[in-house]
Ligand binder design. Sequence first.
Ligand code: DOR
Ligand code: ZN
Length: 346
Amino acid sequence: MDKTVTIPRPDDWHLHLRDGAMLKAVLPETARDFARAIIMPNLVPPVVTAAQAREYHDRILAALAPGSRFTPLMTLYLTEETDPDDVAAAAASGLVHAVKLYPAGATTNSASGVSDFDNVRAVLERMAEIGLPLCVHGEVTDHDIDIFDREAVFIDRVLDPIRRATPGLRVVMEHITTENGVDYVKSSDRDLGATITTHHLIINRNHILVGGIKPHYYCLPVAKREEHRRALRAAASSGDPRFFLGTDSAPHTDPNKESACGCAGCFTATNTMPLLAHVFEEENALDRLAAFASRNGPAFYRLPVNQDRLTLIRADTPTDFPPRIGSADGPVTVFDPGFPVYWRVS
Ligand code: DOR
Ligand code: ZN
């Protein structure tokens, strides 16, 4: 008999939907399995004000299939000009659920991010007052810091000082990739959580570089050594409420990935839930998949767990995921875990 797992319908606490033709192409891939997602604001130009977030929210709703109940949870892109009152009003209206901090230059479309953290102090203090989470891309951008060390250095040099200077600030370390990140999150019993992506549970840095460069495994923060992947798996599958799913599914067209200077991002929206079932089965933790994908995120964001359910089935034959999806901008390759996956969504 087929093995099945039923969980409350999951949410994705870190997602890139883009805009225009790409939004239209990728949105159904997430809306199929997920009830809600925290929508990243790194568009060109970025989603900085409440008014821009409202307009983007409405474009997402307009792109949904008729009858879809998917709910986008909007974020604002923090700049050194962000107005604390605008942030507070956007949160009070229920439109905005977090503010995203990109260190300037850290990743895709982060040029408008923060260089001098003193210039965002007033916004962070207001967020602490109202309990609005700060989602952090946790990498320093200093040229003298090795790319594989940028997360660990960020924790010491930037994140810990910000948290000490702003008591009560609720922080999500986005897409942690290191044991250092896991340990830092575990060192705090309040106001700190972390998202973990599907792909960082599956690949380490060898997957990107051994036997030829694999651009579709390149993302930021870049995948680290195997010991770090193991630490991420242990954290994700532990049931610890501080760790929850944020896929960081980040579509780029194939020409933009397969290039002399390829974009960072893995597109996992299509097959994330079957891949997670595979990973959690390997970890003997299928009974904790609901905590990671469905319960811990809503608890951190102070939202209800979805009433609706999602069932995953393990079949005798591998699931055929599409190798890529089409968009009017060009094809987008779906993340290939490199092993057969027998799970599918019922
Ligand atoms: O790999 C990534 N892609 N990491 C990010 O932080 C941004 C994202 C994107 O927007 O493409
Ligand atoms: Zn991201």
